[in-house]
Structure formats: C-alpha cells, structure tokens
Design a protein around this ligand. Structure first.
Ligand code: 5GP
Ligand code: MG
Ligand code: MG
Length: 174
C-alpha cells in the first residue's frame, strides 16, 4: 500500500497519560467490585489492553465484533454481529470499550442489545469522540478525548486495516 502522510494529533505520552486517568477513575468507581471489559474488535484492542493493565479491581475480558451500516431510519436490525461474546453478561458490571464514537449508530444499537441480557450495570468507555458527527444520541460514561471531524488512525484505528500499530493517534492526509 502507498505510504500516507500522517500528522500526530495525540502523542503517545498524552494517550498513555489519559488511559491511566481513565483506569484510575474506573478503579475508583468499581471499588469492591469487578468489571467485565467488552473489547469491540478490532479498533479497541490496544486501548482495552492498556486500560485493563491499569485497572486495580478484578477484570474479565470478552470480545465482540460488530458492524453497523445503513442510516438510523433503518432500525436496529442493521447491527451485524460478526463475533459474538464468549460468555453471558448477566449479573456483570459491563463496560463496552470502543475506539471512537462517530455517528453513534453502532453504540445506539449495541447498548440496548446488551442491556437485554441483564447485566448488573452497563457503561460505555471510548478513547475518542467526534461530537460534531453525532447522528444519534449515546450516553458516554468515560471519554478519553474529544477530537475534530478528521479521519484518524493509530492506537488501534485503521485505514484499510493499516496503521493500527502506530503508538499515537494521527490524522491521515488522504
Ligand atoms: P459510529 O457507528 O459511531 O458512526 O462508528 C464508529 C466506528 O466507525 C468506529 O468504531 C470506527 O470503526 C469507525 N470510525 C469512525 N471514525 C473513524 C476515524 O476517524 N478513523 C477510523 N479509523 N475509524 C473511524
Ligand atoms: Mg469501533
Ligand atoms: Mg475501521
């Protein structure tokens, strides 16, 4: 693939600092309990790992891959589950871990789907949020950074499956 020009938006140090802050907040909020982090593949793999390592309450990991397409006028049938969770979440303190919230379509369909499985609690944690792009309202409990309406790569986020391994978040000049 051709090499793209990528400019750093959030440096490796800034990302790491913020992930530590989020982990500290989560550890405090769930003191005396345990959490199940649901990593939404593939974009939030790096974020989930770094977050999980720094959370001080017991952590269980599970993985799900979904794809959302179509507009919000087509209802929740348009969330395609490509990989289902391995275990039930009934009675668990669940945190959905996302890489980025853009239109909000994915989460606005995923949250009710998981809520039906009767977790003890259900929250959303995202590394990045592009509030300007929102089409559907979603409640975000933990947010790393608000970013402008630019296409970003790195720290798990891809352009055509490339650049996920960059240690920083960058804007790709296409
Ligand atoms: P939403 O359903 O909120 O519109 O879509 C969220 C998904 O779109 C993200 O999980 C991610 O896969 C993709 N996405 C949205 N914005 C970006 C971006 O700037 N860069 C990359 N790599 N993916 C994005
Ligand atoms: Mg995602
Ligand atoms: Mg992608």
């Amino acid at each position: 693939m051709e090499k793209h020009n990528i400019s750093v938006l959030i440096s490796e140090e800034e990302v790491q600092k913020r992930v530590r802050e989020l982990a500290a907040q989560i550890s405090k909020d769930y003191e005396g309990e345990s959490v199940k982090l649901i990593c939404i593949l593939k974009g939030s793999v790096f974020f989930t790992c770094e977050l999980a390592k720094r959370i001080t309450v017991p952590v269980i990991l599970d993985f799900m891959q979904v794809s959302s397409y179509g507009s919000q006028t087509v209802s929740s049938g348009t969330l395609k589950v490509k990989k289902e969770l391995d275990e039930p979440i009934e009675g668990d303190n669940v945190i959905i871990v996302e890489d980025i919230i853009d239109s909000g379509n994915t989460l606005s369909r995923l949250v009710p789907m998981l809520q039906e499985r009767n977790p003890k609690s259900l929250k959303v944690c995202t590394l990045l949020d592009k509030p300007e792009r929102r089409e559907v309202d979603v409640k975000v409990d933990y947010n790393g950074f608000n970013i402008p309406d630019k296409f970003v790569v790195g720290y798990g986020l891809d352009y055509d499956q490339n650049y996920r391994n960059l240690p920083y978040v960058g804007v790709i000049n296409l």
